[in-house]
Design a protein around this ligand. Structure first.
Ligand code: XBP
Ligand code: MG
Length: 259
């Protein structure tokens, strides 16, 4: 394998990939913020699953109003109102994850450690806001995000959110690596589309809110990254003999990739 194709970095999505943050994290924070602001909106799990088709919390609120509350008129400037609601939600999310500490998904902590020990670079490419990501990573990893990741691409870093490739291209530029030297790990169809549009081979670990997404084009679709004592379930694609996702398995997936 030429050096250009040697695996040099793992680029992790955050929500649904590092942890199951959507149903019991972001969704709860949105509802708390709506209550804080005296808004009679409530997003149950079924509605939230529908709204998750729109990446970005602020964009999700706007989509909800456009589709489900056309009669609503924002008090004052609409943009300022949306920003205020989203800021309230982000503050609620930060308090929620600091308090109840959402757990990392199976295999995430193990793979982060193995990848670092193997000399791979680690990065984040997320649609979520930097404050939400920092709060989650501090709570789940017990470390400052930039002590663990070499590059952190959040929703504020780029003009267009997933499924646009912008945040992945931003991360590649920060790492100084070619797409062929990286693997992205994602949980959703918009995230898979973003990584593939950036030319990055992508492994999917389906999450509780994305199991019904179309993951065509993924290297493979797994139940999770797996652990030696709790192997993953292969949902689509080939595992190349792997029962949990470690660096050697990722190198085999990359070698077999035709992005
Ligand atoms: C998932 C998203 C985010 C979160 C909410 O991000 O689409 O918008 O749902 O976070 P990821 P914000 O790319 O990590 O799957 O409210 O901060 O946007
Ligand atoms: Mg995600």
């Amino acid at each position: 394998m030429s050096d250009a194709a040697a695996l040099r970095a793992l680029i992790f999505d955050v929500d649904g990939t590092l942890a199951e943050t959507e149903r019991d994290g972001h969704r709860v924070a949105f509802n708390q913020a709506f209550r804080d602001l005296g808004l009679d909106w409530h997003w149950d799990a079924a509605l939230y699953r529908e709204l998750l088709a729109v990446a970005g919390g602020r964009e999700r609120i706007e989509h909800f109003l456009r589709v489900h509350r056309q009669e609503f008129r924002a008090p004052g400037d609409r943009e300022a109102f949306l920003a205020r609601v989203h800021a309230a939600k982000t503050a609620r999310f930060a308090r929620l994850v600091a308090g109840q500490g959402l757990a990392l998904r199976p295999g995430v902590r193990r793979l982060l450690g193995e990848a670092r020990a193997a000399g791979l670079r680690l990065a984040i490419a997320t649609t979520a806001s930097a404050a939400a990501v920092a709060a989650l990573l501090r709570a789940c990893l017990g470390a400052e995000p930039d002590a663990v990741f070499d590059a952190i691409g959040s929703g504020e870093c780029v003009p267009r959110k997933k499924p646009a490739p912008d945040v992945y291209e931003w991360v590649l530029a920060r790492l100084g690596l070619a797409p062929s030297q990286c693997i992205a790990i994602e949980d959703s169809a918009p995230g898979l589309a973003a990584a593939r549009a950036a030319g990055i081979a992508t492994l999917v670990t389906a999450s509780d809110m994305t199991r019904d997404h179309d993951f065509t084009g993924a290297l493979a679709v797994l139940s999770d990254l797996g652990e030696p004592q709790a192997p993953f379930t292969l949902l689509a694609g080939a595992a190349h003999g792997a029962r949990w996702a470690d660096v050697a398995a990722l190198q085999r997936w990359l070698a077999a990739a035709t992005v």
